[in-house]
Design a binder for this molecule. Sequence first.
Ligand code: PGA
Ligand code: ZN
Length: 432
Amino acid sequence: VITKIKARQILDSRGIPTVEVDLYTNKGMFRASVPSGDVTGMYEAVELRDGDKEAYLGNGVTRAVKNINEKISEALIGMDPTLQSQIDQAIIDLDKTVKKSELGANAILAVSIAACKAGAAEREVPLYKHIADLSGKTDMILPVPAFTVISGGKHAGNNLAIQEIMILPIGATRFSEALQLGSETYHHLKVVITEKYGPHECNVGEDGGFAPNISSVQEGLDLVKEAISRTGYNEKIKIAIDVSATTFCIGTKYDLDFKSATRSGQNFKSGEDMIEMYKELCSEYGIVSIEDPFDKEDWEHVKNFSSLGLCQVVGDDLLLSNPKRIERAIRESACNTLLLKVNQIGTLTEAFEVVKQAKDANWGVVVSHRSGETEDSFIADLSVGLAMGQIKAGAPCRGERLAKYNQVDFLMHAHGICFPSCLVEISFLLFS
Ligand code: PGA
Ligand code: ZN
């Protein structure tokens, strides 16, 4: 049973406070910490911050920590950690608000994850196996990693509007090979960028992707293509992008120059122009997946683009892992893949429910990190246990990103779980 719960404030990969919790049972101590993103929306669970400008510029989480140490702890002590849904429900009942604003989704998720780790230990099964059992999965596969190699948007200080260019080593036959292809491409890219722009352009963004001061996505894609070709594995590595278009949507237009100091207003694109651009990118660069190609309320264009069936269309800001938004997107065929960020929902039980919702609609699911991360590798086990075939955890560089990828690799070596050896697990094929 749960005997003690103790939370504290720690700093995340951006140096911003977040919540860490130690949950104790007769089997030992189980630690979890929660990430934080750049984009928050009115539909996601509330991250409780102190707002006290005198400390951490208002970003402290001592209220969330206190909620765990006093209220949540009192409600959960004595409970069986294997009963995840009952634990999550007990916290939801305690919070009573729709968006978890009373206790804070950061407080709630930290405990939900720590309880899950304790539950696995109680049952004496690996964490991924416990997650598979809780979510009703019997088959287990390792996910294809989406490595961010170029960062832009809100994640970097360059002029690139789109947030991420990623590489997917879908032709790898083992996860360790995927990791190697990712790492090699990343290091070739560093050389390509240095040759073209100089070493000062090799600084990295928040999730570890290089952030050269390019201003067009095509320029970035050319760099990545060159890096891939230097690995000699052209056939095995595909390219994906996260546009995060909400970031630069102004009214009904998209401002691809939104970060440039000399904004000319010349680079405003309509939704139709954006569709034309994506068509070109898919045919010229063989892009297999596009995340948030339009503003989160631009349902019309995302539907029109998805209906073309050119690639996997991932909903992140569009869906916010929110069941009502997902339901609408399924009904209107607005996209075909859910980007799952557990901190947008707040408990694991609710995360399992939205995964089922997506799966029942024949969608893909990408288990995702946030731009502000910790060294907790939980989402690695989550992605394996859910068996949805894709994980996005940033660059193959920086500790908080590698914690996740190295853990998936460990699961391959320690438990012999297989890796999808071809494209079949990528859901866009289901729609082509
Ligand atoms: P965020 O970005 O964590 O800053 O929201 C991640 C993403 O857009 O995928
Ligand atoms: Zn995104």
